[in-house]
Design a protein around this ligand. Sequence first.
Ligand SMILES: C[S@@+](CC[C@H](N)C(=O)[O-])C[C@H]1O[C@@H](n2cnc3c(N)ncnc32)[C@H](O)[C@@H]1O
Length: 237
Amino acid sequence: MFKGWRMKRKVERRRRDFARKVDGLEKAYPTIDWKPFRDITGFFADRSLSSVEEQAFLYRLAAAAPADAQVIEIGSWLGQGTCTLAAPLRGNAARCYAVDAFACWSDTPGENAHYRRLLDQVSPGRSQLQIFEAHVARFGLEKRIQVVQGDSRQAAGRLPLKPASADLVFIDGGHDLETVRLDVANYLPFLKPGGVAAFHDFSSTCGVPEALWEAIRAGTFADLLGIHGSLIAFRKA
Ligand SMILES: C[S@@+](CC[C@H](N)C(=O)[O-])C[C@H]1O[C@@H](n2cnc3c(N)ncnc32)[C@H](O)[C@@H]1O
């Protein structure tokens, strides 16, 4: 009973903290509609792989994209990032492409077992893709989000986009050096000059920092747009 009471207090504290943070965002960025963000981030609170600050940055990047923007997310897991990117887009032609193996799968050692455990906690008996689709439907984003299922190394060839036509690319799939290198090589060419490239886990010990550093040295980016937690975004040169 004592344990249950402590858990309830913890959940209430987390809710209050979240509400306070979103109030702050509404004050800081009054031109953005934060209602969908509040709904999505509140819903995913107990199954999130990123912080509220990181999600808010992603949401702001998508909100700043032009009407009918084309967005690509590599690594969609259960759809939190996908919904966060898709919700603030404007225009009937706006799309967010969700590239993922949807098989609790990764080349990064240890990640497979980690994803399988997380999935069992969220909803035992249902597949990653079933849960992803249910989340997308919950927020009414079925028309705006398009699944591109498969290994990101091959899936790039199946994206219905021309080179230099996308407005925002978010790289958050496999985190080992080789996979991030390939995701950079295969997906950044889809970005328009001036489009936005965002990376999660750039400050961790995985392959992201090194792959990113290689891209920076190669002159891929024109500007640094911001850093929030372990999420970093650049404007493409
Ligand atoms: C960190 S999670 C993505 C989190 C998500 N962006 C979010 O904001 O909630 C990484 C996802 O990428 C997938 N993944 C890892 N390596 C991949 C690859 N090479 N091709 C396709 N998907 C991959 C994993 O199975 C997992 O679903």
